[in-house]
Design a binder for this molecule. Structure first.
Ligand code: NAD
Length: 258
């Protein structure tokens, strides 16, 4: 039991989580705190992120802070990393998770809508990973990064129309592999998770008939819960995955295999 606990422990680590104010980021942040880490949340919803951090700090008796950050702004990210480092004393691990979706037929998508999705989901993931990589490399520190991609990075899920989203997530999978190779000799592992349909605020607004179809097409006949991703993220952040890098872990109730 002790060995198992040690294998998945994040005791003594400080974990940065983007998009942690709600949804998947929040649920995973809670579990990360439960296995012993202190947490820092970057989210553009500053007040909500602070409330989440406060609640997690109280519940798990850990240090937890939040900073209002827009992940599409590299200067904001750099300043926030310095601030988090100053307050927490260090940063060790990153769950790079903030993302958005716009569902609209490709033919009607405006250039602003296209840019917005690519900017948050792909550029934002790169900017945060780059800033975090710079932070670790400048201090000669090893670490691990988990990016949130999506099963939509490898399949086109019908009937929803989300060309920008699918393209951005395919980019995250390939970015993950690229950084994994570039930073392997620095001891920085970079992996991603590809969730299937998970019930969060992001998906709750989707048309009910589409949600019903998602469930029907998923072998588990339901949507996933955000907390069902926590084990995968903790595995990829912890020493238990010390030989895993460039991996894309699909967690989708079987959707992509049928
Ligand atoms: P959510 O909308 O509930 O949470 C996303 C969080 O990201 C929010 O707190 C939001 O404020 C934050 N955010 C958005 N844009 C930001 C920006 N520019 N800067 C900083 N923070 C920003 O969504 P979720 O369902 O929890 O999704 C989290 C991640 O999981 C996303 O990358 C999403 O694409 C991915 N994902 C979700 C599902 C699903 O079914 N919910 C499936 C696959 C992948």
């Amino acid at each position: 039991m002790d060995m198992l606990k040690k294998l998945f422990s994040l005791e003594g680590k400080v974990v940065l989580i983007t998009g942690g104010a709600q949804g998947i980021g929040k649920a995973v942040a809670e579990h990360i705190a439960a296995v012993g880490a202190d947490i820092v949340i970057f989210d553009q919803q500053a007040e909500k992120a602070q409330a989440t951090a406060d609640a997690i700090g109280r519940e798990y008796q850990c240090r937890a802070m939040a900073i209002g950050v827009d992940v599409t702004k590299p200067e904001e990210i750099a300043v926030a990393i310095e601030k988090a480092d100053a307050e927490m004393g260090k940063l060790d691990l990153l769950f790079n998770n903030a993302g958005i979706v716009i569902q609209k037929p490709a033919i009607d998508l405006t250039s602003d809508e296209w840019f917005k999705v690519i900017n948050v989901n792909l550029n934002g993931v790169f900017f945060v990973a780059q800033a975090f990589g710079r932070y670790l490399i400048a201090r000669d520190k090893q670490g691990a990064i988990v990016n949130t991609a999506s099963m939509s990075g490898t399949i086109v899920n019908y009937p929803q129309q989300q060309a920008s989203y699918n393209t951005s997530k395919a980019g995250v999978v390939q970015l993950t592999k690229s950084l994994a190779v570039e930073w392997a000799d620095k001891g920085i592992r970079v992996n991603c998770i590809s969730p299937g349909y998970i019930f969060t605020e992001l998906t709750s607004f989707v048309r009910q008939d589409w949600q019903d179809l998602w469930k029907e097409l998923t072998p588990y006949k339901r949507m996933g819960k955000p907390e069902e991703l926590a084990g995968a993220v903790i595995y990829l952040l912890s020493d238990s995955s010390s030989f895993a890098t460039g991996t894309d872990l699909i967690i989708d109730g079987g959707f992509t295999i049928v």
